[in-house]
Design a protein around this ligand. Structure first.
Ligand SMILES: NC(=O)c1ccc[n+]([C@@H]2O[C@H](COP(=O)([O-])OP(=O)(O)OC[C@H]3O[C@@H](n4cnc5c(N)ncnc54)[C@H](OP(=O)(O)O)[C@@H]3O)[C@@H](O)[C@H]2O)c1
Length: 289
């Protein structure tokens, strides 16, 4: 199998190098700016193309590693007589194959979404970390298991999901990464109101964050859970709810704490958390008559 890339950016460079290092052949790169295609080609020992259609002709699998907003237009601009039997792939976490490649099932080509669940931040060095990455695969063709085996043979992990699950999968990933940033920021903001500088606040919570994350990864969130919700300490939770300067912050604390009650109930099935649930519900509805 020969793989070509349209879009010589961070993911194009990194996946290309990851594949060649694993002994997989690349045709090369086409990109909006010819110099990007040339740089990627020289980085991976492949060829730079002046036309996407020439790259498609010579490749069995074509990765459209362009920004999410351009995937469909790049796909629609490909010469359709060239794609029957080819694998057309994108790397977006949020788009399904059907959304990215409209009408692909009528063309004789196969569409795949091959999403690295990994921050690919550097064109030249990120490929080194891809063997430890996790990929999520979705698509309309018969090659999903082939992609899974190929990625696993290169040291990565891979899971196949349905197109119907794709957006929920992406929301789940956003919770683990982006929403954690939001919660940490909320914690820093509150510490600043207590007189901490931004720098000291981050330093103060670093051991807490690090050790908590390590426990979650080593076991799971239920075992890692500590604190007033786990202890069913209703009085402390009431005091927390009363200290927030805004209803928005109370809502955030209440919503996440209600999820923690679920975890705490699994950890201590003998404990009765009903009074705590009532307090959290009241905290959330404080502005309601
Ligand atoms: N970076 C990540 O952490 C990450 C992680 C998982 C998935 N992804 C997915 O990977 C895909 C690529 O992301 P990226 O981070 O590699 O983006 P990127 O660094 O911005 O690279 C995209 C490249 O596409 C080229 N391009 C833009 N429009 C084009 C067009 N119409 N035709 C041909 N080439 C075009 C640009 O190259 P020129 O220099 O030629 O203008 C640009 O360098 C996206 O679907 C993204 O969601 C990214």
């Amino acid at each position: 199998m020969k793989i070509g890339f349209i879009g010589a950016g961070k993911v194009g460079f990194s996946l290309g190098k990851f594949f060649t290092q694993g002994g997989i052949r690349l045709t090369g790169y086409y990109s909006r700016r010819p110099e990007s295609a040339r740089e990627a080609a020289s980085f991976t020992g492949a060829k730079a193309y002046d036309s996407p259609d020439d790259l498609v002709k010579e490749s069995d699998a074509i990765f459209l590693t362009v920004p999410d907003g351009s995937i469909s237009s790049v796909y629609l601009s490909l010469e359709k007589s060239l794609i029957p039997g080819k694998m057309i792939c994108h790397c977006s976490g949020s788009m399904t194959v059907a959304e990215a490649f409209p009408g692909i099932s009528q063309t004789g080509a196969y569409g795949y979404s091959i999403h690295p669940l990994f921050p690919v931040s550097n064109r030249l060095t990120s490929y080194r970390e891809l063997p430890g990455a996790f990929f999520c695969l979705e698509g309309n063709g018969p090659h999903l298991s082939m992609w899974q085996e190929l990625l696993e043979s290169l040291g990565a992990s891979a899971q196949i999901i349905s197109g119907e699950s794709k957006v929920r999968y992406h929301a789940a990933c956003a919770i683990s990464s982006n929403l954690v940033c939001g919660l940490v920021q909320e914690s820093l903001d509150l510490l600043e109101t207590c007189g901490f500088s931004r720098e000291t606040a981050l330093r103060a919570i670093t051991p807490l964050l690090r050790s908590n994350l390590e426990h979650i990864i080593e076991s799971d969130p239920v075992s890692a859970l500590t604190g007033p919700v786990e202890r069913c300490d209703v009085r402390t939770v009431e005091k927390h709810l009363a200290c927030f300067p805004s209803q928005e912050e109370r809502d955030l604390y209440s919503a996440v704490s209600r999820k923690l009650v679920e975890l705490a109930s699994l950890k201590h099935p003998e404990r009765d958390y009903r009074s705590l649930k009532d307090v959290l519900r009241k905290g959330e509805n404080k502005n309601e008559p």
